[in-house]
Write a protein that binds this ligand. Structure first.
Ligand code: PFF
Length: 444
């Protein structure tokens, strides 16, 4: 998104390009690092079921709403609300999105830094021929060092800044088109190996057999938060991408394809991890190190495992990069379009500030945990709530329909969509959120 003044807005060159870039934002550490960790800590199958329900019933409609707002306004989120909304207060939704981007990118860069360390370990054979206990230890020792995690975080932020300065076509589109399918192939190879491990069945049962006794309001809120986080919705990233989609393209297809790809990758990651967790005698409910403690064991048992391991962590870094650039882009687009700060200055200032927050996340795990919780379970659901209310009640239905039907096409599910954004989504998000953070219990 190199040039953002309205006369020469940069755009995507092909339909696949938009889907690839939005999928690039959606698919990342959220699918491979956060999803298994949330499933493990929230009781397995029941969490998965609620998560899938939220993706379909709320996630896809919110994504479609965002795409529509962005494309209609041809602006970043803040500018979009400024243009489309009758009242100034709506701009706060954009501001909240920018704030969420700061928080998410701060801890995201830290976890991406861990994957850089694992690329390094894999390349230097530091993970080969190790027992599961030794693999476990490697993560603990690495984390307690602090300095190395800080350096990797800073390097990752630098990479993110460099890609964002490169502009949209040569920055984002080029990489995601080839590399995401490759990541998919490697995860499938991992799945096949994981499923043949002894004890794999127990892991599959954990992932797919719902035990409803484990469901609490907090579990439901985590599932909602994870759905928003994984799809990159609720904060304007997708609206910003929507503003680059040609008017002739139908948005419904984009929302469905991106959500499908995102959910597929998360599921496949779960299918690799949980069988291995049980096969290696580990606990599914673990700290944020789960995938780093588990996956190297599978590679160690595979023919050609060291090569796959290098490739896997490298691609995971790249998947993280295609997400982190979308986060930085939200902030930079806002600063350059609304505050009229030069893109270059905005990019470096933001990168510097977020690097500082990232260091705090490395040093204090409570800050890390708070940033994860507040962004996924508070800011994104609230952002999503305002977005559906905006589309359901503030915009005129005829306008919404016209934007979704893109040049005379048809959007068969329009009635369903409007019903969801007017009734189902706002009520569901509101109740899950208030109950999950305990407000409803205080009142009732
Ligand atoms: N969806 C990304 C992932 O799953 O890794 C994370 C993310 C990117 C969240 C962009 C939110 C966002 F705006």
């Amino acid at each position: 998104m190199a040039n953002i003044d309205s006369s020469s807005r940069d755009g995507f060159t092909s339909k696949f390009g938009v889907i690839a870039a939005a999928a690039g934002s959606a698919i990342g550490l959220g699918n491979i690092w956060k999803f298994p960790y949330e499933v493990g800590n929230n009781g397995g199958g029941a969490f998965l079921l609620i998560y899938l329900f939220f993706i379909v019933a709320i996630g896809i409609p919110v994504m479609l709403s965002e795409l529509m707002i962005g494309r209609k306004a041809q602006k970043n989120v803040f500018g979009a609300f400024k243009l489309l909304a009758p009242h100034k207060a709506w701009r706060l939704v954009g501001v909240m999105g920018v704030f969420a981007a700061f928080l998410i990118l701060s801890f995201y860069a830290v976890v991406a830094g861990w994957t850089l360390e694992y690329v390094y370990l894999a390349v230097t054979n530091g993970l080969a021929n190790k027992t599961p206990e030794e693999i476990n230890n490697i993560f603990d020792v690495f984390m307690s060092g602090k300095l190395i995690p800080v350096l990797w975080t800073l390097l990752f932020m630098l990479l993110t800044a460099l890609v964002v300065l490169g502009g949209i076509k040569n920055g984002i589109e080029k990489y995601t088109k080839v590399l995401m399918p490759l990541l998919l192939v490697i995860i499938i190879v991992l799945d096949i190996k994981a499923l043949t491990l002894e004890g794999a069945g127990e892991g599959l049962a954990f992932l797919f057999n719902p035990d409803f006794a484990k469901i609490t309001p907090q579990v439901i809120l985590s599932a909602l938060g994870q759905a928003f986080f994984s799809l990159s919705i609720g904060m304007g990233v997708i609206a910003t991408y929507g503003s680059y989609i040609p008017k002739s393209q139908r948005l419904g297809n984009t929302a469905i394809s991106v959500s499908f790809a995102d959910t597929l990758i998360a599921l496949l990651a779960g299918i690799a991890i949980f069988p291995a967790v049980f096969a290696f005698g580990m606990e599914p409910a673990q700290d944020e190190g789960l995938v780093f403690r588990v996956l190297p064991n599978i590679f160690n048992q595979m023919a050609g495992g060291s090569l796959f391991q290098v490739l896997f962590f490298l691609l995971l870094c790249i998947a993280a990069l295609t997400s982190s650039i979308s986060l930085l882009e939200v902030i930079v687009a806002y600063m350059s379009e609304e505050l009229k700060i030069k893109r270059r200055t905005a990019t470096w200032a933001t990168t510097g500030f977020i690097s500082g927050l990232g260091v705090l996340c490395v040093l204090f795990s409570s800050v890390f945990g708070a940033f994860v919780f507040i962004s996924s379970n508070v800011l994104l659901p609230l952002g999503g709530l305002f977005i559906v209310i905006f589309v359901g009640y503030v915009l005129k239905q005829a306008e919404v329909k016209q934007e979704l039907e893109a040049h005379g096409g048809r959007f068969n599910l329009f009635k369903v969509f409007i019903f969801i954004v007017r009734y189902i989504a706002p009520i569901a998000i509101g109740v899950v959120f208030l109950k999950g953070i305990g407000v409803i219990d205080l009142i009732l």
